[in-house]
Design a protein around this ligand. Structure first.
Ligand code: COA
Ligand code: ZN
Length: 293
């Protein structure tokens, strides 16, 4: 049964992932100061949630090795949630030490991607996440849970919606406030979005779901449209379309936040985000990187 039709939201929450998902895959060097300014500019552009840092192994993602310092230095704007990606308890401890109060865990829908990205089976990653989530809940942290490769895996091919549902449900049971279904390599089509939501929505309330699209073939916005029909009202964007995933060969940039904002506006859906201010944030970041490198 399709759960879509006539439920299109009038307001969408955009989760800005550029400073994390974008910069983790950018070959340019950005100073800590430039990152802090970028995050500040994005918050000032009206983005209500900014994924600002990643407390993974610095050997895995050297671009974000200064996340501790970034989180310590950023000036928090009231009403804005600053999220940090966490792979294990070690990362959680670093995050808490840097003042983080909102975290994102990331699980994979396939064993192949789990081993490539987290160097562990899905079960082993959940053993780590359970420990982190228990501490985070006790600390009253807000928790997001990603399901990576929710549509297609670069190693295993198309992902079964039931596998995505299993992982999403496990994250939900850990106490995640929001579950983000990620098209990590950007190959989903609207029919895939529909097929996945038909399986996931009966188990996870729509207001707890977010969709995270990459824009490989320019289909991210039509995929957003498909999800809007199901009443999904939270979408990830990356300023300037920065990003990809270093463990997902072929992953191009994420859906650009400014294009998402403008697309939603043409449909009469408000986001509270100033698309041109997002463009300026990206230009300023690029300018600083050309000056220092
Ligand atoms: N922060 C800092 N260092 C960490 C860390 C963390 N959260 N977790 C592990 N490390 C360090 C360990 O101290 C160890 O360092 P050493 O080699 O100097 O002794 C090294 O990383 C390996 O630790 P280990 O526990 O054996 O982890 P691993 O090699 O199995 O890697 C992960 C597992 C998850 C930590 C690592 O694969 C990772 O960070 N992946 C993130 C991938 C990612 O960010 N992908 C993009 C997001 S979608
Ligand atoms: Zn991504």
């Amino acid at each position: 049964m399709r759960h879509g039709s006539n439920e299109c939201p009038t307001h969408v929450t955009i989760v800005e992932v550029g400073p994390r998902d974008g910069l983790q895959n950018d070959s340019r060097h950005y100073s800590t100061e430039a990152k802090v300014a970028f995050i500040g500019a994005l918050a000032n552009a009206g983005l209500p949630v900014v994924e600002a840092a990643s407390f993974v192994s610095p050997a895995a993602i050297p671009q974000l090795a200064d996340s501790d310092e970034v989180m310590r230095r950023l000036s928090r704007k009231d009403g804005v949630r600053y999220v940090a990606l966490i792979p294990n308890e070690r990362g959680y401890e670093r995050a808490v030490g840097a003042g983080v109060d909102s975290i994102a865990l990331f699980a994979s829908a396939t064993e192949e991607f789990s081993r490539a990205n987290l160097r562990a089976s899905i079960d082993d990653t959940f053993a780590r996440f359970e420990a982190v989530a228990a501490r985070a809940r006790a600390d009253r942290c807000w928790i997001r849970g990603y399901v990576s490769v929710a549509f297609t895996c670069p190693y295993a091919g198309p992902t079964e919606p039931e596998h995505v549902l299993n992982v999403a449900r496990r994250l939900f049971d850990l106490g995640c406030d929001e579950i983000a279904l990620a098209d990590t390599i950007g190959v989903a089509e609207p029919d895939d979005v529909i097929a996945l939501l038909d399986v996931v929505l009966p188990a996870i309330p729509r207001e707890r779901l977010a969709l995270h699209f990459h824009d490989t073939n320019g289909r991210a916005l039509v995929n957003v449209d498909a999800a809007l029909e199901y009443g999904i009202a939270t979408f990830d964007g990356s300023a300037g379309g920065l990003g990809g995933c270093p463990f997902a060969p072929g992953a191009p940039g994420n859906l650009a936040t400014e294009l998402l904002v403008e697309h939603l506006a043409t449909r009469g859906i408000e986001t509270g985000v100033d698309a041109n201010a997002v463009r300026h944030a990206v230009s300023a970041l690029r300018y600083v990187s050309t000056v220092v490198s």
